[in-house]
Design a protein around this ligand. Structure first.
Ligand code: MN3
Length: 244
C-alpha cells in the first residue's frame, strides 16, 4: 500500500484527527484487497505543534512523551500482535478482549496506553481550559454539582491516583457523568464507560515541566489546556476510534 505524503496531509488537514494505516485502508483513497498483509498501528501526529502548549507543557516534554513513550507503546503493541489472533483487530477490540486477562497483560497495557495517549493529545489545546459551555456545562451542573465542584473533584482524583495513572471525566452506561481515576494503563473502555476528557498523571507527563508538582500540572490542565470542544463532541456521541 502506498500513501503519499500529500494524501496524508490532505486527510490530516481535513480534520481526520486519527489517521493511521488502517484508517487509510478503509478510506476511499486507498483501495485494499482482502489478501493484503495486516496493517500495523502507527503513532498519530500531535494535533498541534509540539511547542504550541508552552510554557504549560514544553516541546521537550512532547519530544519524550509523544516521541518516545507513546511511540514505544505503539512499537511494542505491533510486536505483540504480530502473528496472533489480534493482528487484524481494532484497537478497541484488542483492549476489551484482553482487559482483565492476566496472561495478556502486556498486550492490554500497550494497546490501552496507545489509546489513552492518542485520546489525551486531543484533550489538550492551546488557549483551552476554563469552564465548558452548552450541553456539557449543563450536564456538569446536573450530574457533578457544577463546574467548581467538578474541578475540585477532578483534581482530587488526579492527586489521589497513587503512582501512575489517569484521571477521567466519563459518561457511564446510563449517560450520567462521573469522575474516575485509573491506575497504569487502565481506562474507561475496560469498564463500560465512555471517556470524555482525561489527564495523564504518570510522572513522564509533567516531570520535566513541573518536577514533582502534579497538583500544579493538573490545575494548569484545567485552567489553560483542557479541550472542552473535544469533550463536548465525545458527550454528543462522536465515536473516538483510533483506527490503528
Ligand atoms: Mn503518558
Amino acid at each position: 500500500m502506498s500513501i503519499s505524503r500529500r494524501d496524508f496531509l490532505t486527510l490530516a488537514l481535513g480534520g481526520v484527527a486519527f489517521v493511521s494505516m488502517r484508517a487509510f485502508a478503509s478510506s476511499a483513497h486507498t483501495p485494499i484487497t482482502m489478501n493484503e498483509a495486516p496493517m500495523t498501528f502507527t503513532l498519530p501526529p500531535l494535533p498541534f505543534a509540539k511547542d504550541a502548549l508552552a510554557p504549560h507543557i514544553s516541546a521537550q516534554t512532547f519530544d519524550f512523551h509523544h516521541g518516545k513513550h507513546h511511540n514505544a507503546y505503539v512499537v511494542k503493541l505491533n510486536e505483540l500482535i504480530a502473528g496472533t489472533e489480534f493482528e487484524k483487530a481494532s484497537l478497541e477490540d484488542i483492549i476489551t478482549k484482553t482487559a482483565g486477562d492476566a496472561s495478556k497483560a502486556a498486550l492490554f497495557n500497550n494497546a490501552a496506553q496507545h489509546w489513552n495517549h492518542s485520546f489525551f493529545w486531543e484533550c489538550l489545546t492551546p488557549n483551552g481550559g476554563g469552564k465548558p459551555t452548552g450541553e456539557l456545562a449543563a450536564k456538569i451542573d446536573s450530574d457533578l454539582g457544577g463546574y467548581d465542584k467538578f474541578a475540585a473533584d477532578f483534581k482530587a482524583a488526579a492527586l489521589a491516583q497513587f503512582g501512575s495513572g489517569w484521571a477521567w471525566l466519563v459518561a457511564d452506561a446510563s449517560g450520567k457523568l462521573k469522575i474516575t481515576k485509573t491506575p497504569n494503563a487502565d481506562l474507561p473502555l475496560a469498564h463500560g464507560e465512555r471517556a470524555l476528557l482525561t489527564v495523564d498523571v504518570w510522572e513522564h507527563a509533567y516531570y520535566l515541566d513541573y518536577q514533582n508538582r502534579r497538583v500544579d500540572f493538573v490545575q494548569t490542565f484545567l485552567d489553560k489546556l483542557a479541550n472542552w470542544e473535544f469533550a463536548a463532541a465525545n458527550l454528543a456521541g462522536k465515536t473516538f476510534k483510533i483506527a490503528a
